[in-house]
Structures are given as C-alpha cells and as structure tokens.
Ligand binder design. Structure first.
Ligand SMILES: [Cu+2]
Length: 114
C-alpha cells in the first residue's frame, strides 16, 4: 500500500503529468503471504527510493532488523531479521523519499507459521 502526499496525488491526477512516484512493486515476503521462514525482507521499487526508516512489528512489539541496504536511493532494499521470527503475524513499515522528492511510506504484512 502506497500513501501519497496530497500534492503527489494532485500531480498524479493531472491531465499532463504521469505519476512520477516510485512504487513498491514487489516485496518478500509478499503482502499477505504465509511463510515458514524469513531469511530476508526485500522491497523492489520501479524507481530508486531512499529508504529513511523501517520497522518490523509483531504482536509482541518491535523486532530487531538490520538493514543491508545503505541510505542511497535504491530499487532493491534489503533487511535481515536479527533472530528467527516466531510464529505470528508481522507488519513491515517503511518511510522513504521518492526520486522526485516526495515523502513516501508503505507497509506490508505477513504471517509466520512453523
Ligand atoms: Cu512524487
């Protein structure tokens, strides 16, 4: 799910300009997926995105993750959970800056089973 700024929305709906935002096209795990193992969390974007912050939340609270991708804009962001994820539901939230300078944010959720 991508939330746009009001300004971005207005631009995207304008008659001349196509939407210039990067979009998260694909995540791993996929949004809504049920998985047994999460070695890595990845997001692909159609245009380089500077990822400013990420959080992984379980019903018990925040889960420690380590980003493998630096602060440079990237079309493929990667992070790693620092411990094996217990069964349960998780939500990954991110905030970033699109290449057109608009602040962006999004999230995806998945469930870990044994
Ligand atoms: Cu934009």
């Amino acid at each position: 799910m991508i939330k746009q700024t009001l300004f971005g929305l207005a631009v995207a709906m304008g008659p001349v300009l196509a939407a210039a935002h990067s979009k998260s096209e694909e995540t791993m795990p996929a949004d809504g997926a049920t998985v047994t193992d999460v070695p890595e969390l990845t997001m692909r974007f159609d245009d380089p995105m500077r990822i400013i912050s990420v959080t992984l939340t379980s019903p018990d609270g925040d889960v420690k993750i380590e980003r493998e991708t630096g602060m440079d804009p990237t079309t493929e962001f990667r992070a790693m959970p620092l411990e094996e994820l217990a069964p349960g539901s998780y939500r990954f939230d991110w905030r970033g800056m699109a290449s057109d300078g608009h602040p962006m944010q999004g999230s995806f959720s998945f469930t870990v089973v044994q």
